[in-house]
Design a protein around this ligand. Structure first.
Ligand code: NBP
Length: 476
């Protein structure tokens, strides 16, 4: 009997996805470059469902029902191209090749175009949720053609996380759309983590609370509108004690955040598209700064404020303010990420439905959160919403939070606690609100030194002032 779906690349992610397919009643063909991984999977988990292991790629391809549906789950980059090159000569028109790795969306566009030439479907698919998600139900973001999705979608939807009876998987859009959305998802994840880390830092070094106490605060927050996987695990990490030293775990970990590069891709792409994702950018830079050991070492003795703690009554009020500031900043970070999705969609003609993205992030993935329901509702009410900030619910939430948000950012500045995420979110909010921005002055400066011209508020046309001459104005 032929297999319904095949998985090649059986490291942690591929193995767990294969098991997830099998647990949902699908017959799963298995392949890995080195056969040891395939045998290990069969030995350990072969009893979990119907698996068809193969040693060679040719046997693997032959074991699949047509049109073949093959998920590649290998290391992103060259290994993915190597596997595609090996697969393509063995496939037939209409077969579907899925790349579930963390590919750059431009690589996905290139691969999709190349496979289309062979009459094959290439489905670049974002998969979030890590190892556990792959097994228990990830959030799945597939790109590619609608035709490919008709064949593949039901299989993917069956293994995805389910929230309120709906799968966290939908057809995102053509070619690289799925990997693009996964990239922005990861960028938002960076921003969200940075904001939570700043909230912790303020409670620790502003309000003077201990990690175990802050863990309790986060647990309380997790019961309300901030309810999310990231807040939940933050409470766990903060509540954890290092067995070796008896100290809070967070105090024995080196304070240098690492990164694999998807946050950087998000910011690079946003720069190309001209979308201000300042929250994500600050989060990526904050990680880089934390790892700049020599720089930090050299600057350690720079003078700071004399006032460094709040008194206890002020500290209690402050904790409430931090919750508001965190919620408001988080809304801004997500609003920026969704604007990037809309900009990418417009640039590449993908027609991505932003509300549907919020819906498939409600379960399975790292940024799963209660408030994604609100984002979905906002785009359902108005698919063309220019920014989430102006949606009725979010506008009200920001209005209620803004005083506290301003107090938190100014208190942080007074106490010398760095809050790049909170501060940039507030600056973004105020910039969007502003009737006039100092960009007018920048246009003047540009015209002064480079004759770059400017537009007037009262007349159409492009103008230049003769700054070095009699300062008369010319129309260009
Ligand atoms: P790895 O990223 O560690 O890749 C290991 C797999 O790639 C093995 O099956 C290995 O085969 C295969 N491989 C390599 Br390396 N070079 C190859 C080549 N030239 N030809 C054929 N196969 C090759 O595995 P992973 O952590 O399971 O991740 C798989 C993909 O999923 C990656 O793109 C990753 O970015 C993505 N992803 C990971 C997570 C996560 O939480 N880990 C989450 C979401 C997405 P071998 O056994 O023969 O060496």
């Amino acid at each position: 009997q032929s297999a319904d779906i095949g998985v090649t690349g059986l490291a942690v992610m591929g193995r767990n996805l294969a098991r997830n397919f099998a647990r949902h009643g699908h017959r799963v063909a298995l392949h890995n470059r080195s056969t040891a991984r395939t045998s290990a999977l069969m030995a350990e988990f072969g009893h979990e469902g119907a698996f068809v292991p193969s040693e060679t790629m040719a046997q693997f391809v032959a074991s699949l029902a047509r049109p073949r549906r093959i998920v590649i789950m290998v290391k992103a980059g060259e290994p993915t191209d190597a596997v595609i090159d090996e697969l393509v000569p063995l496939l037939e028109e209409g077969d579907i090749v899925v790349d579930g790795g963390n590919a750059h969306f431009l690589d996905t566009r290139r691969r999709e175009a190349a496979l289309r030439e062979h009459g094959l479907h290439f489905v670049g698919t974002g998969i979030s949720g890590g190892e556990e998600g792959a097994l228990e139900g990830p959030s799945i973001m597939p790109g590619g053609t609608a035709q490919a999705y008709r064949s593949l979608g039901p299989l993917l939807e069956s293994i995805a996380a389910q929230v309120d009876g709906r799968p966290c998987c939908t057809h995102v859009g053509p070619d690289g759309a799925g990997h693009f959305v996964k990239m922005v998802h990861n960028g938002i994840e960076y921003a969200d983590m940075q904001l939570i880390a700043e909230a912790y830092d303020l409670l620790r070094h502003g309000a003077g609370r201990q990690p175990a106490e802050i863990a309790r605060t986060f647990r309380t927050w997790n019961e309300d509108r901030l309810n999310s996987y990231l807040i939940e695990i933050t409470a766990e990490v903060l509540g954890h004690t290092d067995a070796a030293t008896g100290r809070p775990f967070v105090d024995i970990v080196q304070d240098r955040a690492e990164q694999k590069g998807t946050g950087r891709w998000t910011v690079q792409t946003a720069l190309e598209l001209g979308v201000p994702v300042s929250g994500i950018a600050e989060a990526v830079f904050a990680r880089s700064l934390s790892g700049s050991v020599t720089l930090r070492e050299a600057a350690r003795e720079l003078p700071g404020p004399t006032e460094t703690w709040l008194d206890s009554a002020a500290a209690d009020r402050f904790a409430g303010d931090v919750e508001q500031a965190l919620y408001a900043s988080k809304i801004v970070a997500y609003a920026q990420g969704f604007n990037q999705i809309q900009a990418g969609s417009a640039e590449y003609g993908w027609q991505i439905a932003p509300g549907a993205m919020a819906s498939i992030w409600r379960g399975g993935c790292i940024i799963r959160a209660k408030f994604l329901d609100r984002i979905e509702a906002a785009y359902q009410a108005d698919a063309q919403l220019p920014t989430l900030l102006t949606d009725e619910y979010f506008r009200k939430a920001l209005g209620e939070a803004q005083s506290a948000w301003r107090r938190v950012v100014s208190t942080a500045a007074q106490l010398g606690v760095p809050v790049p995420g909170f501060a940039t979110a507030l600056a973004y909010y105020d910039s969007l609100r502003a009737g006039r921005l100092p960009a007018a002055l920048i246009q003047g400066q540009r015209d002064f030194f480079g004759a770059h011209t400017y537009r007037r508020i009262d007349r159409d046309g492009v103008f230049h002032t003769l700054w070095a001459g009699d300062r008369s104005e010319q129309e260009r």
